[in-house]
Design a protein around this ligand. Structure first.
Ligand code: 5AD
Ligand code: SF4
Length: 439
């Protein structure tokens, strides 16, 4: 019996799909590449923007034909999309071929749901926070699929309620995992030969605030860095309002902690940041970036930026461009603001799509020129690279990343995946770097 998981959205979803795979493999199912050959098809959905939601719903809708051909096929939908008000009804009414719907904190219900579905053809819908979520989640088996990287959750949910964002509504309030459980998991991953650990949370810097036992993110980082073995540690995602000096110093002082911070700015204008409820202004963000660069030599900072927030004027957008020029981000993920039902910003007067499109094009053009300039600075340098995979584009090559997250392609073979090599950068092209191994 075979399963196929389709994952949409962020690293949190990618990792949660590894838990879903763990449950399915424990029940005796094996992964398969083609949906046609699967007995269970899972959609792990995202709703952060309308496009993500539409893509998932479109694919869920179009699988109907397969269900008609194959009566025993089980279709499971889980993740953020299912937690929006009214969506269980939508699945019942408009997608009756879907058998199981599970919320963001209900992966532990999958086993029961599947057994019910197989034995008595019963449909199963469960969303909404469960009381003992963490206890059940800790017990889930994980089938890791991103060697040499291992994703490790440190917390779930978000308390920030940025006015554009649906995440706090669909993923609930922050719950931190106990520090011991995280450290045990990291140790297990290192013992299993994983070479990169990425600590995951919607806002990792506020880790521990709900535990009331003195745990915080700085302590966690310092403890993870003490674990023996040759491995790297990354973390996603940081909120500028909670990035303390202690966290910056911890990164600066440890070999294991990557000199890399993903620090979403979202917008450059202090007025728009206020309207977004981000709790910092342009000056504070710029000061923070300066402090990080001063204290962590060689650090690279990436960011998320949105254009077209309802109150963004042309002058506000100019402030975003100004921040991008001043910060020289190593990379920026840029988004057109997408109104999400139930969030405060969705109720505001919206900007025309053409204007948003024009702004994002200008932003992308600016960032591309910065990324290109930063790539050039790598040329001639020698960097330690963790080999991740064979190159999908260049035969006879492998690709891997620098400590600060830059992708490098160089001649190599599959058996090198998971090893650290020293590579001299010989050429750069936009965001891509090319090189050769040196001894
Ligand atoms: N529209 C567009 N982008 C969004 N993001 C979050 N909510 C929205 C939205 N409604 C972006 C933010 C966040 C990233 C993961 O997605 O930039 O950092
Ligand atoms: Fe959304 Fe803001 Fe929470 Fe990030 S910090 S998940 S943008 S509400």
């Amino acid at each position: 019996m075979y399963y196929k998981i389709n994952t949409y959205g962020c690293q949190m979803n990618i990792h949660e799909s590894e838990k879903v795979a763990g449950v399915l493999e424990k029940l005796g199912f094996s992964p398969v590449a083609e949906e046609e050959n699967a007995d269970i098809i899972v959609y792990n959905t995202c709703c952060i923007r309308e496009t993500a939601e539409k893509r998932a719903l479109g694919n869920i809708g179009s699988i109907k034909h397969l269900k008609k051909k194959k009566n025993n096929l089980i279709i499971v939908v889980l993740g953020c999309l299912t937690e929006q008000p009214g969506y269980i009804e939508i699945f019942k009414q408009e997608y009756p071929h879907v058998d199981i719907v599970l919320g963001t904190r209900n992966i532990s219900d999958l086993e029961t749901a599947l057994k019910d579905c197989i034995n008595s053809k019963r449909k199963f819908h469960s969303t909404g926070q469960t009381e003992d979520f963490l206890v059940k989640d800790e017990k889930l088996p994980v089938s890791r699929d991103s060697y040499p990287n291992a994703w490790v959750n440190i917390m779930y949910g978000c308390n920030n309620f940025c006015t554009y964002c649906i995440v706090p509504y669909v993923r609930g309030r922050e719950i931190s995992r106990p520090m011991d459980a995280i450290l045990d998991e990291v140790k297990r991953c290192v013992a299993e030969d994983f070479k990169e650990i990425t600590l995951l949370g919607q806002n990792v810097n506020s880790y521990g605030q709900d535990l009331n036992d003195g745990s915080n993110f700085e302590k966690l980082l310092r403890e993870v860095a003490k674990i023996d073995g040759k491995f790297r540690v990354r973390f996603l995602t940081s909120h500028p309002k909670d990035l303390t000096d202690g966290i910056i110093d911890a990164i600066a002082s440890s070999e294991k902690l990557c000199k890399f911070i993903h620090l979403p700015v979202q917008a450059g204008s202090s007025k728009v940041l206020k309207d977004m409820n981000r709790k910092y202004d342009k000056e504070r963000y710029l000061e923070l970036v300066k402090k990080i660069k001063d204290r962590i030599p060689g650090v690279k900072i990436t960011t998320d930026i949105m254009v077209g927030f309802p109150t963004e004027t042309e002058e506000d957008f100019e402030e975003t461009l100004d921040v991008v020029r001043k910060c020289r981000f190593s990379n920026a993920f840029t988004f057109i603001y997408s109104p999400r039902k139930g969030t405060p910003a969705a109720k505001m007067q919206q900007l025309p799509y053409d204007l948003k499109k024009k702004r994002i094009m200008e932003l992308i053009k600016l960032q591309n020129s910065i990324t290109k300039g930063i790539s050039k600075e790598y040329e001639g340098g020698i960097y330690e690279i963790l080999v991740e995979d064979v190159s999908p584009k260049y035969e006879g090559n492998v690709c891997g990343r620098t400590d600060c997250g830059r992708l490098v392609t160089f001649p190599g073979t599959k058996d090198m995946i998971g090893s650290f090599v020293r590579v001299k950068i010989t050429k750069s092209k936009s965001a891509s770097l090319f090189g050769e191994i040196v001894d």
